[in-house]
Design a binder for this molecule. Structure first.
Ligand code: PXG
Length: 463
């Protein structure tokens, strides 16, 4: 075991052999590598003895918090009974049966069948294949194109990154693959300031209508969207956006996919983000909060209608993963969902810790560095701006100030994520009031520290 190694040695080995995801390898310095050794509740502990508040719930996933022995024990018991068997050849297992039945109770009423994978990315790959196959079965093979949105995040596989609307990801590997197009996102602060919020929400939503008309409804398989774009910068749409999308979808014969990888399992104050916004998806992507990250698992919720078509039209759906319905991962998800139900964690986000943190977080919007503070449920953002009074909304080198603020936050003992020049927050849903106060205090100090640094460098306009 490496647990007795000094931090410097761990860092050397990491630098030598670990190819990190989403990392600029040339720029990552040895002493920046933080070795996380332990976590409990909302607190992380690193190899140098620092205690850090996990304001990102791992990576938007530890909804029930770290260190839940009940989940550990459920996985241990399952692994000693049946560590693995496949679900391909007319076989199944108890955990996947129990989890599916549980999900049919928790998800909106149109869902009662679930397909499993190991992540959000592979779940979206499944969805791309499923929607195209569905329309083939319906005798409409031309309906192949999927409409997604710019700056969306749907994963890092070829299909996931293609569905996603991240320009940098597309540029790196010749994406998107054919048959995927992207429309505008409802990002009022970044792109819609010349209109009122509601006008902009309608305008962005109507891009869907225009795109369907441009390509022809007979060629469109589905529209995929996150209720709130997470990795894109916690883009909370104007109130007018989802009702208008809903109207358009009602009038058109295309499927709607709600990517609930971040918004699902309580994040927005309902079990699913689509419930917060009143949409009725035909398919939902689920991962992260499904197991609170204790083991990798992803799932696709399939509507009764789509399941019926696959069932009645028959023929094999040539798709599945070795780990579809993995018994240990399903056991982790079951234990996680039981905790969420028993402790009424979703209700708590809606009526207790959600409003408590929102009130305090939104007040950070008064800081001279903050152009907008926003939060729904327990997911929020602070837009950092150089000159609030004169409505200057962008720093020159986009991303530099965000990264500086993120590093300051870490130094203050709070993990936040930087997206462009905004700070992002998505803490475990079990955050207590006291921990919320500590969080806001650390975020406030981070803004002060960053403002002071920027003033020193002449990068902001002091009054
Ligand atoms: N959909 C959404 C909405 C996501 O947020 C995925 C799909 C893909 O899930 P997997 O399990 O394949 O990672 C995600 C994942 C970030 C960050 O830096 C966000 C995600 C993943 C990695 C980093 O914000 N979201």
């Amino acid at each position: 075991m490496l647990s007795n190694f000094p931090t410097a040695r761990l860092r050397e080995l990491d630098a030598a052999h670990h190819f990190h995801p989403f990392t600029d390898h040339g720029a990552l310095k040895l002493d920046e590598r933080r070795v996380i050794v332990r976590a409990d509740g909302v607190w992380l502990h690193d190899s140098e003895g620092n205690r850090i508040l996990d304001g990102m719930a791992g990576l938007w996933c530890m909804n029930v918090g770290h260190g839940r022995q009940e989940i550990v024990e459920a996985v241990r018991a399952q692994m000693s009974e049946l560590s693995y068997y496949n679900t391909f050849f007319k076989t199944t297992n108890e955990p996947v049966i129990e989890l599916s039945a549980l999900l049919s109770e928790i998800t909106p009423p149109q869902f009662n069948m679930f397909f499993y994978g190991s992540s959000g990315s592979d779940s979206n790959d499944t969805i791309l294949r499923m929607v195209r196959t569905y329309w083939d079965l319906m005798g409409k093979p031309d309906k192949k194109t999927v409409i997604a949105r710019k700056n969306a995040y749907h994963g890092s596989t070829i299909a996931g990154a293609s569905l996603g609307g991240m320009g940098g990801m597309h540029a790196q590997s010749g994406l998107p693959i054919p048959g995927i197009v992207h429309i505008a996102q409802p990002y009022w602060f970044g792109e819609g300031m010349d209109m009122s919020k509601d006008e902009f929400g309608i305008h962005a939503a109507r891009e869907l209508e225009r795109e369907i008309d441009r390509l022809g409804e007979g060629n469109i398989a589905a529209f995929i969207a996150e209720p709130i774009q997470g990795a894109g910068g916690v883009i909370i749409p104007p109130d007018s956006y989802w009702p208008e999308i809903r109207r358009i979808l009602k009038e058109r014969d295309i499927l709607f996919v709600s990517d609930e990888v971040i918004c699902g399992f309580g994040r927005t104050g309902n079990w699913f983000g689509c419930e917060t916004y009143g949409t009725e998806p035909d398919l939902m992507t689920m991962a992260k909060g499904l197991s609170s990250g204790y083991l990798p698992i992803g799932a696709v919720a399939v509507s009764r209608e789509i399941a019926r078509v696959f069932h009645e039209k028959g023929g094999e759906f040539y798709h599945g993963y070795t780990y579809s319905g993995h018994p240990a991962a399903c056991a982790a998800a079951i234990a996680n969902l039981k905790i969420m139900r028993r402790e009424k964690i979703v209700e708590r986000v809606a009526s207790d810790i959600g409003p408590y943190l929102q009130e305090r977080w939104l007040r950070l919007g008064d800081h001279e560095l903050v152009g907008e503070a926003r939060m729904t449920g327990l997911v929020g953002a602070l837009e950092l701006v150089p000159d609030k009074k004169n409505l200057a909304r962008r720093f020159e080198n986009i991303g530099t100030v965000g990264a500086m603020a993120r590093d300051n936050s870490f130094a203050n003992g709070l993990v936040m994520r930087a997206v462009r020049d905004s700070l992002i927050l998505s803490p475990p849903l079990v955050l207590s009031h006291e921990e919320a106060d500590i969080l806001v205090e650390k975020a406030s100090k981070t803004l002060d520290d960053t403002w002071a640094m920027l003033k020193k460098q002449g990068l902001v306009s002091p009054e």
